[in-house]
Design a protein around this ligand. Sequence first.
Ligand code: GDP
Length: 198
Amino acid sequence: FNYQAARFLTSAPTLATCPPDSGAEVAFAGRSNAGKSSAINALTRQKALARTSKTPGRTQLINFFTLGDDTERRLVDLPGYGFAKVPESVKLEWQRHLSDYLQRRASLRGLVLVMDVRHPLSEFDQTLLGWADDKAMPVHILLTKADKLKSGAGKNALQQVRSRLREWEDLVSIQLFSSLKGQGIEEVHQRLDSWLLD
Ligand code: GDP
């Protein structure tokens, strides 16, 4: 697929308002500030595609991008979690929308979970992994900002996360990534291709 051709389709606050649930899509999730927007921009080689998602008022929305004119192949930017100082009731509401989307979206083929390589596996990252596991949904983990660590330390972090997720190794794949250096882009494209192809 031509990821460079990605463009904004629409935003939706709830599952009910998402675009038609046909074709295939891949969703990106991650804690706020983990580097999710930068990763989406790096993967599509666009400077500001995922900035749409950061426009005030849009941060709590599910944002859809199409791969060129083909609305049957989509990338989905899920709301970031864990950082915003919002009331508990609002947080619970987002979590419900996220869980609805993950549990019920038939066209969802896989989840890309973006984590800062220095702070992997937050509590909510683990909650998401649990939801994915319930649905037997494959997850590809990006340990991003890998450029912040020396290569040995990056490899260690990768091994540690792998061993903590050993029980899920059938569903979960993990790689180092850096939006800043463009490290790991090819590997992600291959994973997305495999999910979006069928
Ligand atoms: P989001 O909230 O998950 O969408 O995170 P952003 O993509 O906005 O990134 C949060 C911060 O981390 C920004 O200051 C980015 O410049 C920085 N950042 C993101 N990816 C990388 C990376 O691969 N390497 C480095 N060094 N910084 C990064």
